[in-house]
Design a protein around this ligand. Structure first.
Ligand code: GLO
Ligand code: MG
Length: 362
């Protein structure tokens, strides 16, 4: 059996947070960056996902020399802990200029800013030693559909991505699709949209995707199918595993906590494609519950990783032969029971009875 060390894990510093939500303030003290970094190895993580301003704080007010010095310093800090940057993502959505999107805004000045900022994120990624830039297109959408032309917006996204690709011929861009939140409706809601958009760019080979479980579920789609689609194109360059309980705000629940079977199927798809051989990370994008006391507010990360690893074992010990027979017999009711009993770790008398009955009546 292949060891679980095959998988490398990552998360972003924003996954250790203060617990504020739209209806209440923070409930835990801020953890400073160095203390967050110390959590990684302790919990068995090797990769750090970064926003551009996680790597270089207040980067808008800094000169290129300062940006370079700080990014290099950050890289040294990570390396001293045995960590590496997995990717850098331009955080356009927190700047007041990006209020209606940075790359698809109607105001050309804002778009110029959005593209310049994205180019800086590309430079910071390279300084941090990674060639991967993630584009979560947070505010690239609308509150009311009449406020922007969707056709023009997609053209602008292609243009912005081209500028980033041309800015550095070695970087790759992974688009992280999400259908809504913070906007009412976002452009590029699914991986299908992301990969079709990639084909319109000047270098489609360098544009792929990052799939987040909850984002696929918010689009009413099955995350494992979305992953399979991207894997088929060799375009799944990272994942944000988490969970979501139905169609509501983006919950970023611990992996497997709401949909254990869907989580199992995501792991199965990754195993089937031998994702662990690609050297890419299993990223988490999970939030601790607001009720969680500060001293235990990293447990959601440990739990998600543990659930992933347990499901790898479930995928590797799945009774494949029995399943193949049931598929051949088109006996999907029994197949379903086989899956459920395997996940629950209990023997399934129902299945045995049916086998006996099938043998008797054959
Ligand atoms: C929010 C997104 C967000 C991104 C992160 C990286 O819904 O999932 O957490 O993944 O900012 O760009
Ligand atoms: Mg995410």
């Amino acid at each position: 059996m292949t060891s679980q060390a095959d998988y490398k894990f990552s998360f972003g510093p924003w996954n250790i947070h203060e617990g504020a939500d739209p209806f209440g303030p923070t409930v835990r003290d801020s953890v400073d960056f160095a203390a967050k970094i110390a959590v990684y190895k302790r919990l068995g993580f090797d990769g750090v996902q970064l926003h551009d301003d996680d790597a270089v704080a207040d980067l808008e007010d800094k000169s290129w020399d300062e940006i370079q010095a700080e990014a290099k310093e950050m890289r040294r800090l990570l390396e001293s802990e045995g960590l590496e940057a997995e990717f850098v993502a331009p955080r356009l959505w927190e700047d007041p200029r990006g209020i209606d999107g940075g790359l698809t805004a109607n105001d050309p000045e804002v778009r110029r800013w959005g593209v310049e900022r994205s180019k800086k994120a590309v430079d910071i990624a390279k300084l941090m030693g990674t060639d991967l830039v993630v584009l979560w297109l947070a505010r690239e959408g609308t509150y009311i559909r009449e406020s922007k032309s969707a056709r023009v917006a997609y053209d602008r996204l292609v243009e912005a991505i081209n500028t980033m690709l041309q800015h550095d011929p070695t970087i790759r861009i992974a688009i992280e699709p999400k259908p809504n939140e913070p906007m009412d409706q976002a452009y590029v809601p699914t991986i299908g949209h992301a990969l079709a958009l990639a084909e319109r760019t000047c270098d489609p080979q360098r544009v792929g995707g990052l799939i987040e479980t909850a984002h696929a579920q918010l689009a009413g789609l099955d995350p494992s199918d979305e992953m399979a689609f991207a894997l088929g194109n060799d375009k799944l360059w990272s994942v944000h595993l988490n969970d979501q309980n139905g169609l509501k705000f983006d919950q970023d629940k611990s992996f497997g906590s709401a949909n254990l079977r869907a989580a199992f199927n995501q792991v199965r798809v990754l195993e089937e494609a031998r994702y662990f051989d690609t050297g890419r990370y299993i990223g988490l994008d999970v939030k601790a519950m607001r009720t969680q006391e500060a001293s235990r507010a990293t447990q959601h990360l440990a739990n998600s990783k543990a659930v992933f690893e347990a499901l790898v074992q479930k995928a590797r010990t799945f009774p494949e032969q029995q399943a193949q027979q049931l598929i051949a017999d088109r006996d999907y009711e029994s197949l379903e029971m086989l899956v459920l009993s395997h996940l629950m770790g209990v023997a399934c008398p129902e299945l045995q009875q049916q086998e006996d009955y099938a043998t008797q009546t054959a």
